[in-house]
Design a protein around this ligand. Sequence first.
Ligand code: URA
Length: 436
Amino acid sequence: MMLPYEIIFKKRNGQSLERAILEEFVQGFVEGRIPDYQMAAFLMAVYFRGLTADETTALTEIMVGSGQRLRLDCGRETVDKHSTGGVGDKISFPLVPLLASCGLAVPMISGRGLGHTGGTLDKFEAIPGLTTDLTVARFLDQLSEIGMVIAGQTHDFVPADKKMYALRDVTATVDSIPLIAASIMSKKIAEGVRHLVLDVKTGAGAFMTEQADAEALARTMISIGMACGLNMRALITDMSQPLGQAVGNALEINESVDVLRGRGPADVRAVTLALCSQALVMARVCSDLEQAEKMLLEKLTNGQALSRFLELINAQGGQAAIFEPEQGYLPAARYQHVLTSTRSGYVTRVRPKEIGLAVALLGGGRMRTTDTIDPSVGLTIHVKCGEYVQAQAELMVIYYNHEDRLDQARPYLTNAVTIQDEPVSSPILIKNVIAS
Ligand code: URA
């Protein structure tokens, strides 16, 4: 038994803590015996002093133990993907049905958006009628029946993370590698999945702006996962500019459907195929990445992946018929405003944070957790870094429903694209693959 004060004191002085001590502290916090101010001080001590690999794994396991751990018994290999988040990241929508169409089960538990990044659940719920609020029993039944689910967390899902994250959010302790790794991995371990592929983003729109930090985060998550019996791999991918063309909930679903129709932007397609290929090799569906990519391309061209996506939408109560005709899409907002280039030159930056914030201000995201979302607003971006554009070229189309929202968003967008005389090379999309 150690006093909370002593635990904070030890960590503040850079000493490591035994598992039993960490457990006492985290469990005490979840049960309300340790007040917020002591957990906040502890988190700040971790922010500055870090955690050892053993402490990080122990913290993760303690967080998993604070709630229910799913037992997936669906007769298929289970696989999931986690992205550390970015702007225009809609990869989950083509990825889940693609992997399911290759015979894997994908039990994806996902989150909502806050600030400049959108959330998978908000995007999925842009489809009329669709729910992501499933009971554990329905989640497991759906996984057994159709081999895929995209749902939110139930209230008993890693409560330690829920409480700790809320404190980190208001005490400037989110961007700590061991805390992010423990937070993400506790949820994936509780989900009960066997294989996990990580998409760790780097660049101006990511948590980790530097590639070295993204790689350190990937390695920390892989080491936790492996210690807990998961088969893990990570891709380090570019988030120096938005992914794809569409940013905004309904627009991103439409773009995902395009990818499932065998079209869609090259970068969304490439990241989807790269993550899915890794997953197919990890789960031993394919013996190498070339074979995996061939199988995936077949599922895209023969329509199987798209029909699995429609099956997923139906299973969660959504109106899949909207997409049934070849040109079927979710409706966008009432009005459009086109931003054009004031000069010719090379596109040197397409700032993801500014674009993500603008979409939130149009009504497509939340500044507070209680804000409601307008799924139909957003924008499509028609340029990528490294491209040459003429003066008056269309840079982006903004979809909006209210003039005052457009006025709030516009200042972020007029400065979001930089055009200069000197050419720059396009950023490398898939920067690294980390296996252990
Ligand atoms: N996403 C999470 O789930 N947790 C973090 O700490 C950061 C991002």
